[in-house]
Design a protein around this ligand. Structure first.
Ligand code: KIV
Length: 262
């Protein structure tokens, strides 16, 4: 059984953590048998499963359903469920009610997007037994405010803001932190300075682990794939082989390369 303690130990000993998104029981079993340590029930399911152009339409009920499916299929992996747009931003109490339903559906941790604006909520949840994974950098739920899916933290000021957000989230009790689409050098600095594991997506090779959207990793997403994604089906004979190749590449730090980084 992989726990937060296992993941912290992996970070401390330098073993890279392999993460993929997962939305159902069959894939949960396949992914964990191929060595994936964390299954992220991401609200990216709005795009990969539902064909939406953003994650904004995903509901809490849908996240509960998919979390339950994944948790039934997973026997050892650590399961993180996304709090969807509109289910947590109003107040820590609203976040607690939503997070409690995801935990009851089988999640071991919930993920929320935001930096210092979310500190009160992170303190509230972690103080009540709900582990929290932060998510900073490109926050897909804020795509319209950001003006598109853009790399974040490129200039000195925004890099400093992200750095502060990361430290503050750790201080508030976050147990993991996703860094999405930020310069590799900034992710390296943040990962060195934090004591908790960082999980990168488009954030270079120096995070404690890497995450990809499953449909990108096995090349079946019909929409535009981001530059930081890689299709591991190329050169593989089966989905199992492709997932194993992803896990091996993360462990060996041969993914991501500069081609997949900023
Ligand atoms: O929803 C998701 O798949 C995510 C990953 C991109 C980190 O949040």
């Amino acid at each position: 059984m992989i726990t937060l303690h296992t993941l912290q130990k992996m970070r401390d000993t330098g073993e890279k953590i392999a993460v993929l998104t997962c939305y159902d029981a069959s894939f949960a079993s396949l992914l964990e048998n191929a060595g994936v340590e964390i299954l992220l029930v991401g609200d990216s399911l709005g795009m990969t499963l539902q064909g939406e152009s953003t994650t904004l339409a995903v509901t809490l009920e849908q996240m509960i359903y998919h979390t339950r499916c994944v948790s039934r299929g997973a026997k050892k992996a650590f399961v993180i469920a996304d709090l969807p747009f509109g289910s947590y931003q109003e107040s820590p109490q609203q976040a607690y009610r939503s997070a409690a339903m995801l935990m009851a559906a089988g999640a071991h941790m919930v993920k929320l997007e935001g930096g210092r604006n979310m500190l009160e909520t992170v303190v509230f949840l972690t103080g009540r037994g709900i582990p929290v994974c932060g998510h900073i950098g490109l926050q897909p739920q804020s795509v319209h405010q950001l003006g598109g899916y853009r790399v974040q933290g490129r200039d000195e000021n925004s890099a400093a803001e992200l750095h502060h957000d990361a430290l503050a989230l750790q201080q508030a009790g976050a147990g993991l932190l996703v860094l999405e689409a930020i310069p590799a050098s900034l992710a390296q600095r943040i990962s060195q300075e934090l004591a908790i594991p960082t999980i990168g997506i488009g954030a270079g090779p120096d995070c404690s682990g890497q995450v990809l959207v499953l449909h990108d990793a096995i090349g079946i997403y019909g929409g535009k794939t981001p530059r930081f994604a890689k299709n591991f089906m190329a050169g593989s004979h089966s989905v199992q082989d492709a997932v194993s190749a992803y896990v091996q590449a993360v462990k060996a730090m041969s993914f991501p390369t500069p081609e997949h980084s900023f």
